[in-house]
Structure formats: structure tokens, C-alpha cells
Design a binder for this molecule. Structure first.
Ligand code: FEO
Ligand code: CA
Ligand code: CA
Ligand code: CA
Length: 580
């Protein structure tokens, strides 16, 4: 296409129309290829996949169920396992590690004859639960570019599954606190596994971050029957109830009447090293405990690392972490400690377009024993309550929060909020019963490329409002940058932004979750963030009916246009019920 401004220079693809059917949709000249499916082996010599014969042990050697976040980590042809530093420098675009979250399982689609009633007598078995626990979590799969496109490398030493039974360490300020101790772990520093793995992030020191989002659904029991009122309130906040999945009947640590502290060991960000298949993942308590969507990093040499993330629930908050230590490129040993010590902040968006980052520090402001906080561990375990007391702004379900590497501004995806009432709209959440979602732009002080992400002040503005720009109901009407309603194409609008990524030119790519309510498939929309075409989306990809697209990924080898087919994954599920 004709170059209109630098920001839109790469968006020359022929836009696809809104549609809703059982196929993938891509612009002319692009194609979608199937790379991995649930049950595909990650080791050589496996038997063909037969879900009816699936054992937990077999599932641990196979690709997991339902995808969300993916990261592409390059492999240096001359380096081996454990040499993350050398791999990180590689710009190899023909071989790499695909690191994929498996957010949740859907047993009624996994097991023949499974009955979804919450009863031990109706089709649920200990074997089903154990297979599900092995099917969620994360996969690391080496992939290589062949004459037939990208293919998994089954004899790779890097291939690995992380499941609900993978040994992990708990690190950071809350590690070892009594609220993290259980009958199986009196240290409060060792936990088995991860669940509800939604989005995540990557670090320049060769690790991957995976979020624990909807973990409450794994736990069963009545919070009101828990003796400690602090824990009862905490368990309610994450949707733990007697009506949840009955994993607790087969694996007692998921029954809060047996292990009231076990849920406190979930709801964290997890960091692990895909280049070292024997490494133990670490839960980073310094980044707080809530329904983590993900955390993405801003790393500038000689400055603290700044990480941004959201708590994906109605009226929850946007967060930022600032490390105590300084980022030094190449010093991987030192850099790997950066996310363990630092300060967590929650965002307040003021009506005048300014904002404040409010520190979550024990002893400061309302975070005192009078309000039920014993120490910093309490502040981090009950992050939501601490942020609310500080006066952070309750948001319309914060999903991805990510910084554009070109203009150095940070973007917040707010997917929707059916609980937003007329009486509690505010400048940053301006629509009652927000059905279509919106995107905010955070502008830290300073010039492009040198903005100070560690400053406690920022400016913000509404980047776009999701929805049809011609909708009759003003509360559902979309608004896109400088474009008048007629200037955006018929298919350029979308709703329910979920994941976001930036290509090397600084164009924003948004993945949606919920467009079927508006009559078309979820997918990807791309747009400039600067210039004449700022916030004017163009439709690039549509996924099959019932599927959900996860965040796109652009390896920084410059070849992102030709490798886009590799990085866009959708779940294989036909039904996506009540899970985010
Ligand atoms: Fe798993 Fe916030 O979506
Ligand atoms: Ca999400
Ligand atoms: Ca999603
Ligand atoms: Ca979502």
C-alpha cells in the first residue's frame, strides 16, 4: 500500500471482512497452518493420540489443552541447554522454542461420555482429574522451519511440559509466610504446579513469565466454613465455592476445608527458563497476587526494570512493578533477581488526564495492622484489598498491559465490564455496562524513547472505544482515534480487546475475546499508534466460530510478516464457557 505515515507503513495487507463460520480467515497472500494440537507428542516414537486411552503419564509427554499466551524464544545453533545468554543474542529465525500456555481444561470435550454435573458419581473419575492436571500449565516445544513450513522437533532436549504437578519455588517478599504453609509444605516456599495460565511475558535475560489467572475455579469448598475471616474473604474474592469443579474430592489440596492455605500459593506470576529444561519455575510474590493476566517488561540499560500487568476481573486494578536493582544487558545472573525485589504499585486514573502510581508498601497509608495487614506478605497476598484501600481506580477488566517499543507509551486493554453501573462510571471507564471494552494509553513523563516508566506520575488518554462506530446506543458506540465514523472501514471495528503486541515498527496488534456477540468472529486487528492513521484498525485475521485467539508474537528478527502464520494460535475448543 501507499505509505501514508511511518506508523502505518506496514499495514499494506488487504483487509478481510467480518465473518462467522468454521474457518480461519486471512488476507490474500497469507496462510494459516496447523502446528500443534492437544495430544500431539512432544517426544519421539509416541503412539498415535487416543483420548480414550489417555493416562496422566501419557498426557505429560504430549501438548496440553487450550492455548493462550505464546512466546517465541530463539535458539543459537552453536549453544546448548542451559546457555540462555548465548541463545538470547541469537537472531536465528529458522529454529526456536515455542512456549505456550494451556489455560484450562474442558473435560466434557476431552473425555468420551463425560457428564458435566458436579458429582463424583456422574462420569468424573480420579483418572480424569489427573489427566486434566497434566493437560493444563505450559509446553515448551522446539520448532524448526522446514520445506513444509514450521514443524515441531520431537527429539529436542528442550521439549518440556509444566503441569499442576511440576515442582516450583515461591520467592520474593511473601515467600515462607505462614499463610503460604500447608501440611505438605511447612516452608511456605515449595509448591506443586500452576493453573489458569492466561497471558504472560518475556524477559531479555531469557526467561518466560506465565500468569496464574482463573485459579479459584480449581478449588472447592465453602469459604464461610473457613475459621479465619481473613482467609474466608480472600477465598470469596477469587470465586472459590462448593459449586466449583470437584477436583478436591480426588486431590485433597484443592479442598479448602482440608488445606485452607493452598489457594494462597496460586494467583502469582511464574518465571521460568525455557533454555534449561531441568530448571525449577519460580512464583514471584513481589508482583502481587490476583487474577493475573500477564506482566510485560520495559528494560532500559542502567535503569530499574518496570513491569506492567492487569487483574482481569470486574472493577479490579492495573499494576506496575519497579525493581530495586538496575538492568544491565548481558548480566543474566544478576538480572534474574530483578523481579524478586522491588515495589508494586496500583494505578489511579484522574479525570484531568493525569495519573498516579500508588505504592503497595506495608506501614504506608492505610496498609497497617489497624486494617488487618501484619506485614508485606499480607499486602501481597491480599493485593486487591490493599490497592482498593489506597484508592486505585477500579477498571473494566484489565487484560494485557504492554509498552510500544517505538513510542514508549503503555497500552491497557480493558475487555468489558457488565457490572459497571451508570452511577460508577469515571473518566477512565466511561461507559455503563461496558459491553465492547476500550483501550487506554499511558504516557510516562519524558520524550519518546526516554520516557521515565519509574516515575510515579503519568498522563493518560482514551486510545479507542471498542464497538460499532455507527451503533445507535451511545454506550455501545465505538470511537477510533481521529477517524470520523465514515473513515474506518466497515470491517475495521472490533470489540473486547484482550491481548496486545507490537510489531518492530510500532504498529499495535489486538486480539479480541467476545466479538461473536456482535455477529462476527474473534481475531486480530492492526493499527498505527501515531500519525494520521492512529487508532484506525484494520482487520487481519479471523478465527473459527467458538475459538479464541491468543496473543500474537513477533520475533525481532525482522521477518515478522512472513512468520505471522506461525505466531497466531487459536484454541481448538468448540465451546468456551464462562472462562476468561
Ligand atoms: Fe484469560 Fe484475562 O483472559
Ligand atoms: Ca486474556
Ligand atoms: Ca484470552
Ligand atoms: Ca479474555
Amino acid at each position: 500500500g501507499k505509505k501514508r505515515d511511518s506508523g502505518a507503513a506496514n499495514l499494506s495487507f488487504a483487509e478481510i471482512p467480518h465473518a462467522l463460520d468454521d474457518r480461519h480467515h486471512l488476507p490474500v497472500g497469507y496462510n494459516a497452518d496447523l502446528l500443534l494440537r492437544w495430544g500431539d507428542p512432544l517426544v519421539p516414537g509416541a503412539t498415535p493420540f487416543d483420548p480414550r486411552a489417555l493416562t496422566p503419564r501419557e498426557q505429560e509427554r504430549r501438548f496440553g489443552y487450550n492455548n493462550d499466551f505464546i512466546a517465541f524464544m530463539p535458539l543459537d545453533p552453536g549453544a546448548g541447554p542451559g546457555e540462555g545468554e548465548r541463545h538470547c543474542k541469537s537472531r536465528n529465525s529458522t529454529r526456536g522454542l515455542l512456549c505456550v500456555n494451556h489455560e484450562y481444561t474442558q473435560p466434557h470435550l476431552m473425555f468420551s461420555g463425560y457428564n458435566d454435573e458436579h458429582s463424583a458419581t456422574r462420569g468424573v473419575s480420579a483418572q480424569h482429574v489427573a489427566v486434566e492436571q497434566a493437560a493444563c500449565g505450559h509446553s515448551v516445544v522446539e520448532i524448526a522451519k522446514t520445506d513444509n513450513g514450521w514443524r515441531p522437533v520431537l527429539d529436542s532436549p528442550y521439549n518440556r511440559r509444566i503441569t499442576l504437578n511440576t515442582g516450583m519455588e515461591i520467592v520474593g517478599p511473601a515467600a515462607g509466610d505462614r499463610r503460604l504453609c500447608t501440611g505438605a509444605d511447612s516452608s511456605g516456599k515449595r509448591v506443586l504446579g500452576t493453573v489458569g495460565n492466561c497471558a504472560g511475558g518475556k524477559t531479555p535475560w531469557g526467561t518466560v513469565l506465565i500468569a496464574e489467572e482463573g485459579f479459584g475455579g480449581a478449588f472447592q469448598g465453602d469459604p464461610d466454613a473457613v475459621a479465619d475471616p481473613v482467609e474466608a474473604r480472600n477465598h470469596h474474592a477469587f470465586g472459590i465455592s462448593p459449586h466449583n469443579r470437584n477436583w478436591g474430592e480426588y486431590d485433597r489440596r484443592f479442598d479448602i476445608s482440608v488445606e485452607s492455605n493452598e489457594p494462597n500459593r496460586f494467583g502469582w506470576m511464574v518465571e521460568y527458563d525455557p533454555y534449561d529444561p531441568s530448571s525449577r519455575p519460580r512464583k514471584l510474590t513481589g508482583l502481587g497476587r490476583f487474577q493475573h493476566e500477564g506482566f510485560t517488561l520495559v528494560c532500559k540499560p542502567g535503569a530499574p526494570v518496570v513491569a506492567y500487568g492487569g487483574d482481569d476481573d470486574e472493577h479490579q486494578f492495573v499494576y506496575r512493578f519497579v525493581s530495586n536493582g538496575i538492568y544491565r544487558p548481558g548480566d543474566h545472573t544478576q538480572n534474574r533477581q530483578l523481579l524478586t525485589e522491588g515495589t508494586l504499585y496500583a494505578a489511579r486514573f484522574d479525570a484531568d488526564g493525569s495519573g498516579r502510581w500508588l505504592p503497595l508498601l506495608f506501614g504506608q497509608g492505610p496498609l497497617t495492622p489497624e486494617n488487618g495487614f501484619r506485614n508485606q506478605a499480607d499486602v501481597l497476598i491480599d493485593t486487591r484489598r490493599a490497592a482498593a484501600l489506597l484508592g486505585a481506580t477500579p477498571m473494566d477488566r484489565p487484560e494485557d498491559v504492554e509498552t510500544n517499543p517505538v513510542n514508549d507509551c503503555t497500552y491497557v486493554m480493558l475487555t468489558k465490564n457488565k457490572k459497571r453501573k451508570h452511577g460508577d462510571i469515571d473518566a477512565a471507564n466511561p461507559r455503563p455496562r461496558n459491553v465492547a471494552g476500550h483501550v487506554l494509553e499511558i504516557v510516562p513523563p519524558g520524550k519518546k524513547g526516554r520516557r521515565d516508566h519509574s516515575s510515579n506520575r503519568f498522563k493518560w488518554n482514551t486510545f479507542l472505544l471498542g464497538g460499532n462506530p455507527n451503533a445507535e446506543d451511545p454506550n455501545e458506540r465505538g470511537a477510533y482515534g481521529q477517524q470520523s465514523p465514515g473513515a474506518i472501514s466497515t470491517h475495521g471495528w472490533f470489540a473486547n480487546p484482550d491481548n496486545v503486541a507490537f510489531d518492530p515498527k510500532g504498529n499495535m496488534w489486538i486480539a479480541t475475546d467476545g466479538c461473536e456477540r456482535f455477529g462476527f468472529h474473534d481475531g486480530l486487528w492492526a493499527m498505527a499508534t501515531e500519525g494520521e492513521m492512529r487508532a484506525a484498525p484494520k482487520h487481519f485475521f479471523g478465527c473459527p466460530r467458538g475459538a479464541e485467539v491468543c496473543g500474537p508474537e513477533f520475533p525481532d528478527d525482522g521477518g515478522y510478516v512472513s512468520t505471522t502464520t506461525l505466531q497466531v494460535f487459536s484454541t481448538s475448543s468448540a465451546i468456551n464457557r464462562g472462562v476468561r
